[in-house]
Design a protein around this ligand. Sequence first.
Ligand code: ATP
Ligand code: MG
Length: 207
Amino acid sequence: MVDKDIRQDGDANQSRHKQRQQKLKQQVDEKIDAAQQEKGLLLVITGNGKGKTTAGFGTVARAVGHGQQCGVAQFIKGTWDNGEKNLLEKLGVEFHVMATGFTWETQDKEADTRAALEVWEQCEAMLSNPSLDVVLLDELTYMVAYGYVELDRVTQALSRRPAEQSVIITGRAAHRTLIDMADTVSEVKNVKHAFESGIKARKGVDW
Ligand code: ATP
Ligand code: MG
């Protein structure tokens, strides 16, 4: 192939690429124009892969960066040192963490239910507080799955929350009703995890 043919081939590719990009831009612009509704969002981040809580806190960090008010409830990680709490509490984010530190080993359903409900009551307060822009309910899905917090109580508080407030629910095995209620649902898929190769959970990465 001579230089001229290569140049013409290149020009044709460029032009096809430009056409595709223009079409794509037009489709995206149409969608942006069509998205007129403004409201607080309900996000559910579920699935078996790593990244759900991190994504929840990433969103809280994003909101804090815009000067918004945020609240966090954490079901499960009570006894753990918690990097996000260490940072975000200093920036004015309100935290409610399960006092007894629910773990997979606890067999005391009554104590776990009591601990879960104590935090849930704080969640209800956050979900009726119009000065909170973003509320993260980390690992709430388990509380519903185990019956520690009634699903109806959760759906009621979510549907009555201030119209501008966004809520992020994280945790595996999200209840179908929560998925149906949510505006955005992401499922984090496990491809592989270091723990499966015998590598310890790491400060700064895993908590
Ligand atoms: P992270 O807090 O890192 O975003 P996560 O919220 O998606 O993770 P959880 O199910 O809440 O995951 O589990 C929390 C802890 O378990 C973290 O230390 C995380 O690294 C670890 N973990 C998450 N997914 C897996 C997995 N598929 N296998 C083993 N350990 C996992
Ligand atoms: Mg998590």
